[in-house]
Design a binder for this molecule. Sequence first.
Ligand SMILES: [Mn+2]
Length: 248
Amino acid sequence: MGMSNGGVANDKPFKIFVGYDPREDVAYEVCRHSILKRSSIPVEINPIVQSELRSNGLFWRERGQLESTEFSFTRFLTPHLANYDGWAMFVDCDFLYLADIKELRDLIDDKYAIMCVQHDYTPKEATKMDGAVQTVYPRKNWSSMVLYNCGHPKNKVLTPEVVNTHNGAFLHRFQWLEDEEIGSIPFVWNFLEGHNNVVEGDPTTFPKAIHYTRGGPWFEAWKNCEFAELWLKEKQELMKGSKEIIPK
Ligand SMILES: [Mn+2]
């Protein structure tokens, strides 16, 4: 049956695509490390690198003024990159995982085309990160972490052609889907730094994945943001580990 885990065969690695931006390489490395370190299931983590997709003929659209990262649009190639088969996760690089990704995978329900945290969210800042323009739109931040049912017939819409030609509203608001085809994930899996709050004594509010959506401690301006110390500790641990691996 396998419905309890969304039909995901236990021996197949869980596919994770992480949005990569050369300006935030360290964020990608720390995000990746934070997933691998805590995962009790096999995972396959792939960065989504725009320059590679361009060389491979999968991405050709011109960069728009409102794209704050190189993965603003490339993220929607996730079902294609997973060969329209099984479930795969897309996540921005500015996440820090604090829990086992198996817990998230276990929430998968095959009746949905995608699943994500359905934030009701209006950002306070006019700019984000290193001065990129912050835009406000419905379903803001929903597309930053999405579980894609890549084999779902509705997601066949997301061809490279469509990802390269359709506008941000169509893609980021999941307009190729009906509302009931979008499953809901608890907000703690996309805990927005500066927006979501921990309620003392209520474990259902404790973050399982922190999303430094305004910019994280790898940017000078955000080095003292909330949960900065958790990210810095993770980075330190990663650096220490990689030094031990490099032969003298
Ligand atoms: Mn982000």
